[in-house]
Design a protein around this ligand. Structure first.
Ligand SMILES: [Zn+2]
Length: 286
């Protein structure tokens, strides 16, 4: 993630120069102060274009809240591996731009928000050129929920991502996900992987992070891995065999949480995910 995207800034400045210049030239014959109108238009248009970068600039200058900083230090299992300054900057941006709402008994705490933001920041940590495409709403449910979105221990879902709507996460599952960082099961990483998938044209297990020249090979690899799950020859849980989107989401959980096992048992899948995320969880280098 970036505070100011170079292309957007260049576009805003070009647009401001063109409209400002146009207004200046158009008003010059009727008034000798055409350049003032032109300059005012330039400032207005450039200011409009700069509003998001400016907001981010102000957000990242503020320190993390003590509760978020404490959660990262004590409870985020990958904290020692990430580039802290950049990672914390991304956390600040996500916390400022996403909306977090508690449903029912669920209380939205800074720690809980950090536990969600950390998963989102982790997935794009190796891809600083990429952004989460839109502002997201995270609905925090007190417990698992069923297909009518009723929370309770009987519920089968720990989380659910929607392409245009909110991401739902069960608070208890979020906690357990980070408390057990080596079991290949983390609902935050799982649902954030689905969000990445939604950013491509279709949610089909091929996120836009996959380079177009490797998309066909990736799809073939996913088909092969689904077959392996079905015949019980995979480290991925059976749920991954539902469809390519679930295979990708479950594979992401295992890539970060059980990299050694995945690299040994699924070297091709591990290498493909390393290329997608540009991170190697075995060495924490690119
Ligand atoms: Zn899923």
């Amino acid at each position: 993630m970036q505070v100011a995207n170079r292309k957007t800034v260049a576009f805003s400045l070009t647009l401001a120069a063109l409209t400002g210049g146009g207004v200046g030239i158009a008003t010059e014959p009727s008034t000798s102060a055409g350049w003032i109108f032109g300059a005012a238009t330039f400032i207005l248009v450039a200011g409009w274009g700069a509003r998001y970068p400016l907001r981010r600039f102000l957000v990242v200058r503020k320190p993390l809240s003590p509760a978020v900083a404490a959660w990262l230090r004590a409870d985020f299992p990958f904290y020692r591996y990430v580039e802290r300054e950049r990672f914390e900057r991304d956390i600040k941006i996500i916390l400022a731009e996403w909306t977090f709402e508690g449903v029912g008994e669920a209380e939205v705490t800074d720690e809980l928000k950090a536990a969600v933001a950390a998963g989102a920041a982790l997935l794009l940590h190796g891809r600083p050129d990429r952004e989460w495409s839109s502002r997201r709403t995270i609905l925090l449910y007190p417990d698992r929920f069923d297909d009518e979105y009723t929370a309770g221990e009987e519920g089968e879902f720990e989380g659910m991502a929607h392409s245009q709507g909110p991401v739902i996460l069960a608070v208890e599952s979020v906690r357990q996900g980070w408390e057990n960082p080596a079991d290949g099961h983390n609902v935050v990483l799982h649902e954030m992987a689905h969000l990445l998938d939604y950013e491509s044209e279709f949610s089909n297990g091929t996120p836009s992070l996959v380079a177009s020249e490797s998309a066909a090979a990736w799809r073939e690899l996913v088909r092969k891995e689904i077959r392996r799950v079905r015949i019980g020859r995979s480290i991925l849980r059976r749920y991954a065999a539902q469809n390519p989107a679930e295979l990708f989401a479950v594979a992401v959980e295992n890539f970060f949480e059980r990299p050694e096992l995945m690299a040994r048992r699924h070297p091709e899948l591990f290498a493909a995910l390393r290329n997608i995320f540009r991170i190697d969880p075995l060495t924490w280098g690119p």
